[in-house]
Design a protein around this ligand. Structure first.
Ligand code: BGC
Length: 414
């Protein structure tokens, strides 16, 4: 006991260093992976870093899509005490880099340009230097269906919105909640952007990427809002404020038949021991079969002590995140597919296999669609303004024509 205490004290003052203590740099990591499947995935990283002798300081801030975590991050950076690394997605990385607070992790990026598709890496660097490391690719435009409930009403997976409404009516008539939705702003826009996508990639690109005024106020966009209104008529009374994983739990437990969500929801199905293709189905949302709407999580690294270059611990984090072993294990638990294209898909479920094939095909066919709701297209201010319009619409009786006018105004917020 005494010897252990002395060794511990010597290690602490740096007089003795052997084994794991050799790397005893604290890694404070901010993330919002708090659900069952998410925790398993981030747990893989924690274990791998601890095995290398680092001290993992978990800084988890619950709240889907990072809605709360990103507020906490701003406060910490403003206070001059940023974490070692933070979970982040897409366009925001540039916004942070412009503030001059990010460390470059070039030392960890050997092989990335070859093994990680440009559709992912283009978000990760700033002025020629990598500042973030990619975890995986999530497909957003999934619809999950509880197989038992589908069979109970003799239904088939819908491929169009009219088919979706036919199925929803059958389920409702059988006393089953057709769709589990969580009434939170990010989930509302997540649902809405899937309907925009069902109008085709060109329409999505014109409205969401180019913010074209004519397309934003078009009859097609009015129809999008009308469709969202109709979908919302199938929500259950417990929808308001519900987190996404509780909606997944409803489908898992047979309390609701369907959910529209990115494939992190699949991590919940897996954690509950449900088998894809047998207990539940995952199909592209109506009208989006050939399209792959995606986001990709990454860790972004902050400067420590003013130095541009990442610390040893930050480099080790980035290297571990992009190691083949981690990419395989973590993507499996997360319901995603690995960001690296040279990682084997062995052992992944049928939905992930399909996701992988569709991702490769989408890159070739130019059918890869960045998600607005998940930060892959517009900057924070524009996204926030558009999200406000959509969520106000979903939670009020506003008519679609008014909503499209407001949307076009919101799209001007930069
Ligand atoms: C993130 C996922 C996360 C999900 C729910 C998404 O924005 O990319 O990693 O599981 O939000 O919080």
């Amino acid at each position: 006991m005494k010897t252990r205490a002395i060794v511990g004290a010597l290690c602490a003052v740096g007089l003795l260093s052997s084994g794991p203590m050799a790397n005893a740099e604290d890694l404070e990591v901010l993330h919002w992976w708090t659900s069952g499947g998410e925790s398993k995935a981030v747990g893989v990283l924690k274990d791998m870093m601890e095995k290398q002798g680092y001290v993992w300081k978990d800084f988890a801030v619950a709240g889907g899509a990072g809605s709360n975590a990103m507020k906490v991050l701003k406060a910490r950076v403003l206070a001059g005490t940023p974490p070692t690394a933070t979970q982040i997605k897409g366009v925001s990385i540039d916004e942070w880099a412009e503030e001059g607070v990010l460390a470059n992790i070039d030392a960890a990026t050997k092989g990335w340009d070859k093994e990680i598709p440009p559709a992912i890496t283009k978000f990760l660097n700033y002025k020629g230097h990598y500042v973030a490391a990619p975890f995986w690719v999530h497909r957003l435009n999934w619809l999950y269906i509880n197989k038992k409930l589908l069979d109970q009403v003799g239904g088939t997976p819908p491929t169009t919105w009219p088919e979706f409404f036919v199925l929803a009516n059958k389920l409702k008539a059988a006393g089953i909640i057709p769709l589990a939705h969580g009434g939170q702003p990010w989930q509302d826009i997540n649902l809405w952007e899937g309907v925009v996508l069902s109008k085709g990639a060109d329409f999505y690109n014109k409205t969401i990427v180019d913010l074209d005024h004519g397309a934003l106020t078009s009859a097609t966009m009015i129809d999008v809002f009308d469709t969202v209104r109709k979908i919302a008529s199938y929500f259950d009374p417990g929808t308001a404020g519900r987190s996404w994983n509780l909606s997944s739990a409803m489908v898992i437990q047979g309390k609701a038949a369907m959910q529209m969500m990115g494939d992190w929801a699949k991590g919940e199905f897996l954690a509950a021991n449900l088998v894809a293709g047998k207990d539940y189905l995952c199909v592209p949302r109506p009208g989006t079969a050939k399209l792959f709407m995606f986001n990709s999580d990454s860790f972004m690294f902050f400067k420590k002590d003013g130095s541009d270059a990442a610390t040893k611990g930050q480099v080790a984090l980035a290297e571990t995140i992009t190691s083949k072993d981690f990419q395989h294990k973590a993507a499996y638990y997360k319901g995603a597919i690995p960001a690296r294209s040279d990682v084997s898909m062995d052992g992944f479920d049928s939905c992930a296999q399909k996701s992988h094939d569709d991702f490769v095909a989408a890159i070739k066919d130019n059918a890869l669609i960045p998600s607005l709701a998940h930060g892959m297209v517009q900057r924070d201010a524009t996204l926030g303004a558009m999200r406000d319009v959509v969520t106000h619409f979903v939670n009020s009786n506003e008519d679609s024509k008014t909503a499209v006018q407001k949307l076009a105004q919101a799209a001007k917020v930069m």
